[in-house]
Design a protein around this ligand. Structure first.
Ligand SMILES: Nc1ncnc2c1ncn2[C@@H]1O[C@H](COP(=O)(O)OP(=O)(O)OP(=O)(O)O)[C@@H](O)[C@H]1O
Ligand SMILES: [Mg+2]
Length: 381
């Protein structure tokens, strides 16, 4: 979407099409409660994402420039789109430009356009991204990678709100809201003279920092839900992460943040279309180094040696009847399912593929202690 070959009108049409499919709710305040009315809602209930979301909602209706910072894959473009959808400009285009991906000598033409014959190869007049974004929002991604000469040109647009196509001496006024993003530390880049201080202050009118996923691990299930819904719209069969798998993923450090989570989920959707994904289905890098519960290890071993007879199903000894032995197996499996389901009886019953009432009766009959069932259950409600 960000390559220089992109056709501007195509971007605009795509954006309009995406928006027209969405139910919109009237006010930004409502969205904070509901969330679901916006396609690009920055999902989560952690304090850090709530703070970021609140800032986006507060600044949306003003035309201030916004600088979104955060590690790679933390959802900067997603947040910029949310901001745009909240603003009065929502019905106008949102035009993303990846300043890092476009070669420096092409970026000027990409942003401001050119006149026919302005340089070798300029066979026709072409409008730039600023013109394509007229009335709407331009999203300057990876702004920290912009060359110094381009920074000067961008500064002028921000100060004077006009630009010229290359090869033209006619200034075009522009009414475009600028949202920039970077994973780089721009203040550090200023000290090394790679980024202009005056441009930084122009862009940084309203800074918003997105937290890394490892600092909001509790948001992982909601985020996974949102990603799976998004991917389902793109034709991928959704999967269900078991509570055990969610618990393991919450402990992973996620260097690639939401992008890495989205990639993992896409892969799992392809491998297990419509299925349940358990700990043993996760690639080993996600389970390596994570302390597993004894029950997890058992499940892992069992599944990985699929077909082998697990040790615990040995022939009962002389002192044990088959009935007692089978009860023991049943109790062990119920405990394990309850532990995996964090004590939620309904979830454990689903895992065991029996009715909830049947499981409750068995828990009572076998006097399964509160540590495995009720205590966990009350914790998770
Ligand atoms: N709340 C969300 N729900 C669903 N998917 C999301 C959400 N936030 C981000 N994503 C997905 O995560 C991926 C990364 O998001 P985005 O491109 O916005 O991050 P970024 O910070 O711009 O990343 P980069 O630094 O790599 O450019 C995208 O595939 C996006 O669709
Ligand atoms: Mg990005």
């Amino acid at each position: 979407m960000n390559s220089p070959q992109d056709n501007d009108s195509e971007i605009v049409t795509q954006e309009r099409r995406a928006r027209s499919n969405l139910p919109r709710i009237e006010s930004a305040k409502l969205s904070a409660v509901e969330g679901s009315g916006y396609r690009y809602y920055p999902t989560g209930t952690s304090t850090k994402i709530k703070q970021a979301r609140k800032l986006l909602e507060q600044v949306a209706s003003f035309d201030s420039n916004v600088l979104i910072t955060g590690e790679s894959g933390t959802g900067k473009e997603w947040a910029a789109r949310y901001l745009h959808d909240l603003a009065d400009r929502a019905d106008q285009p949102f035009v993303p430009v990846n300043c890092g991906a476009i070669p420096a000598d092409l970026l000027e033409s990409e942003l401001f356009g050119h006149e026919k014959g302005a340089f070798t190869g300029a066979y026709a007049t072409r409008i730039g991204r600023f013109e394509a974004a007229e009335g709407g929002t331009i999203f300057l991604d990876e702004i920290g990678d912009m060359s110094l000469p381009m920074q000067v040109k961008l500064l002028r647009v921000l100060q004077e709100r006009v630009f010229e196509r290359i090869g033209s001496n006619h200034s075009t006024p522009c009414n475009v809201r600028v949202v920039a993003a970077t994973h780089r530390d721009l203040e550090q880049a200023i000290t090394t003279k790679e980024f202009r201080e005056d441009l930084f202050y122009r862009l940084n009118v309203f800074p918003i920092e997105l937290p890394p996923l490892r600092e909001r691990a509790d948001d992982l299930p909601l985020l996974a839900e949102s990603i799976l819904n998004d991917r389902r719209n793109k034709g991928l069969d959704r999967i269900t992460l078991t509570l055990g798998a969610q618990r393991v993923l919450k402990q992973y450090k996620w260097p690639g943040n939401i992008r890495e989570l989205a990639n993992l989920l896409e892969r799992l959707c392809v491998l297990h279309p419509g299925g349940n994904v358990d700990i043993c289905d996760l690639p080993s890098r996600y389970t390596a180094g994570v302390p597993l519960r004894s029950s997890d290890t058992e499940v892992l071993l069992e599944k990985r040696q699929a077909g082998a007879i697990p040790e615990e199903f040995e022939l009962p000894g002389e002192s044990t009847s088959l009935k007692d032995y089978l009860e023991k197996v049943e109790v062990s499996l119920i405990r394990r399912a309850l532990e995996d389901a964090e004590g939620v009886v309904a979830d454990a019953a689903r895992r065991l593929q029996i009715g909830r009432t049947t499981l409750s009766e068995k828990i009572k009959r076998y006097k399964i202690p509160p540590s495995s069932a009720e205590a966990l259950s009350s914790r998770s409600h």
